[in-house]
Design a protein around this ligand. Structure first.
Ligand code: ADP
Length: 252
């Protein structure tokens, strides 16, 4: 497949539900092989953007490209370039972890689904649990299995919609480690989150979605430059992403 330096390109994106505008001109780009965090409060429109990028929902206006393909004109190629995972874990509880993986491998017609399953289960620390029913897994293990399943067939771009919502702290750390490993292997990751520490920990670039648009975006260091460091008795303290977020959102 042809490689594009920009994995995701969104411009002038608008979407309303009935007469309620949710996206009012969203622009951003995600470089290939990077982790991009779309940060916003509940209801900001993060899932709407993911649904448009994964061709599940048509935009009202604007353009969106994934892996060099237009979401409207080349929907089938976009679908062939992505995987989507997140809050609604698609795993079958009755089956074992390995059976889930092999089933998806067969559906996606990969060569040797058993070998692909074992390789991914090992990569995500699920080799020992592979023969157990998913019903016995912890929340973090299920989410890791869900991410492993989404990687069958090696999609270049993956969307993680609130990958750690509902997990306990231990489960969140497990999932973070999986996401970091993925990015190191060259996959482009767009994740949505309402957790500032998640964006701070994982993302190469962060965009804050508020009132229908991206109000700021950049690296954490760039976002920090938007606020002066707090000075306490000659010791400079860098603002946290939470302080930046609240200051910027609060100004509006
Ligand atoms: P987020 O993922 O950031 O929480 P969403 O994209 O899910 O936000 O939703 C953005 C806004 O659009 C919310 O106010 C939500 O209630 C509304 N919304 C989402 N889906 C629909 C729908 N199918 N019909 C009407 N309103 C919707």
């Amino acid at each position: 497949m042809e490689k594009h330096a920009t994995a995701i390109r969104v411009s002038g994106l608008r979407k309303s539900y009935k007469n309620v505008p949710v996206l009012t001109g969203v622009e951003f780009e995600v470089a290939r092989g990077s982790i991009f965090a779309l940060l916003g409060s509940n209801g900001a429109g993060k899932t709407t953007i993911i649904r448009i990028l994964s061709t599940l929902l048509p935009p009202d206006e604007g353009a969106a490209e994934v892996n060099g393909f237009d979401v409207r004109a080349d929907a089938a190629q976009v679908r062939g370039s992505i995987s989507l995972t997140g809050q609604f874990a698609a795993v079958d509880e009755i089956l074992t972890g390995r059976e889930n993986m092999v089933m998806i491998g067969r559906l996606r017609r990969v060569d040797n689904p058993g070998r692909v399953a074992d390789e991914l289960l090992g990569r995500f620390g699920l080799a020992e649990a592979a023969g157990r029913r998913v019903a016995t897994y912890s929340g973090g293990m299920r989410r890791r299995l869900d991410i492993a399943m989404s990687l069958i067939g090696d999609p270049p771009v993956i969307f993680l919609d609130e990958p750690t919502t509902g997990l306990d702290p231990e489960g969140r750390i497990e999932v973070w480690q999986v996401i970091q490993k993925l990015a190191h292997s060259g996959t482009t990751i767009l994740l949505t989150t309402q957790y500032l520490d998640e964006a701070e920990k994982l993302a190469d670039r962060i965009a804050i979605l508020h009132d229908g648009t991206i109000i700021v975006s950049g690296t954490l260091a760039e976002l920090r430059e938007l606020l002066p460091p707090a000075t306490v008795e000659y010791v400079e303290r860098q603002p946290t992403l939470e302080e930046i977020f609240l200051a910027i959102v609060g100004q509006r």
